[in-house]
Design a protein around this ligand. Structure first.
Ligand SMILES: [Zn+2]
Length: 394
């Protein structure tokens, strides 16, 4: 059905002139303001399920979205990302607008990058890959273990990473699967990402996260779990819930999950009264459906772990009093309960075993990439010997 619609819309595009633009989502815009501006019936939003209304609140300022319009300004298609892997699709069927949540089409590339330092780790990574996000992710990942003032020209760096590519451009946050820095006069340092919680640890399983997050509320039960992207086989559509719903009585205290700075303090679409806190290491926590804020704080305030930021309620779209609690790293939503359960300094038991076997394989791959490649000394000789090891279409 979807394919037929695409073919019809393509035929339409050929017959009638259209404009096809990639635009940046304006700060402060909501889906409702977007619908009003483009004369699209607001019911496309109001008819959505509670979960999908929450998802529509996930649109980030400055995200790139696609707008296809007829010459008279009529919107034929709008594709607006709500996470790295899901997007809102607004289009018309029989002259009526509909809104679907569909997957983003992208490619994931896995690369091995090995080089000897010329300028600095950050600058060399940018020079070799043109990927500034990868360079800053590398610096953030190692900032707790490597003193970058003491690394010098000639020191060896190896990185295995994944990067999404969409419409020919880097897309979403790069993920470092494993990396090492091998200084000539210091011990080498490793980091590996644990596939269980997507956090970085050293080769023994000690955490580098630095922030040990805590459950923010004394809840009665989990009323809805985290789902990043799941296809519903019966209803035939994609579902996502980018946080966990923790049921608790109205007025229950909500505390900051970790130290940080408040970056949002107000109402936010389907999440109602919302607080967002930015933490070290690119983490963010989101608290939705509050009945009241703690007036002691406002946007920009610094908070300590455990500070009361507000109280449980059911503002926004909510069927009963609960806290919608979301955790994000860079632009990617993470399962808050997994993050809390591994909020210890060192992995142990089954989690450690799994982590060690995964990191051993990556370490061996990084070593092999050193053996099979000459390491050039000057950037001018430095043919980038990163190699595409795995490509998959999603
Ligand atoms: Zn929720």
């Amino acid at each position: 059905m979807f394919r037929i619609l695409i073919i019809i819309s393509c035929l339409f595009s050929i017959t009638f002139a259209t404009t096809n633009q990639d635009l940046l989502w304006k700060k402060g815009d909501t889906l409702i303001t977007f619908l009003i501006r483009h004369h699209i019936d607001k019911d496309v939003y109001f008819n959505l399920s509670k979960t999908d209304k929450e998802l529509c609140t996930e649109i980030e300022a400055d995200v790139e979205y696609r707008l296809v319009q007829a010459n008279n300004g009529l919107v034929l298609h709008a594709l607006i990302p709500i996470s790295e892997e899901m997007q809102i699709h607004i289009h018309q069927i029989n002259g009526k607008y509909v809104l679907d949540i569909i997957p983003v089409i992208f490619e994931t590339k896995t690369d091995l990058l090995t080089f000897k330092l010329v300028e600095s780790p950050y600058q060399d990574i940018v020079n070799l890959t043109k990927n500034k996000q990868l360079a800053s992710e590398f610096i953030k990942a190692f900032q707790k273990s490597v003193n970058f003032k003491k690394v010098h020209t000639g020191d060896v760096v190896a990185i295995k990473y994944e990067q999404k590519i969409r419409m020919g451009k880097y897309y979403g946050s790069p993920v470092i699967l494993g990396a090492f820095v091998r200084p000539q006069h210091q011990d080498e340092k490793y980091i590996f990402q644990n596939p269980y919680d997507n956090l970085y640890y050293d080769e023994k399983g000690n955490s580098f996260t630095g922030v040990l997050f805590k459950i923010p509320v004394a809840f009665k039960k989990i009323s809805s779990e985290f789902t990043y992207k799941r296809f519903h086989p019966v209803l035939k559509y994609y579902r996502a819930h980018l946080g966990v719903d923790l049921a608790a009585s109205i007025g229950t205290k909500i505390s900051a999950t970790g130290d940080g700075r408040i970056s949002y303090f107000g109402t936010k679409g389907g999440y109602g009264n919302t607080v967002i806190i930015s933490h070290d290491g690119g983490f963010k926590s989101l608290y939705g459906h509050l009945s009241k804020f703690n007036k002691k704080f406002r946007n920009g305030s610094t908070v300590k772990q455990g500070d009361i930021i507000g109280f449980v309620g059911n503002s926004g779209v909510s069927s009963g009093p609960h806290l919608h609690f979301g955790m994000y790293k860079n632009t990617r939503a993470m399962d808050p309960l997994k993050l809390m359960s591994s909020a210890k300094k060192t992995l142990s038991g089954g989690l450690l075993k799994q982590y060690l076997s995964n990191s051993r394989n990556i370490k061996a791959e990084l070593e092999r990439s050193l053996d099979t490649n000459h390491i050039p000394l000057k950037l001018s000789d430095m043919a980038l010997f990163s190699s595409v090891t795995n490509k998959k279409k999603i």
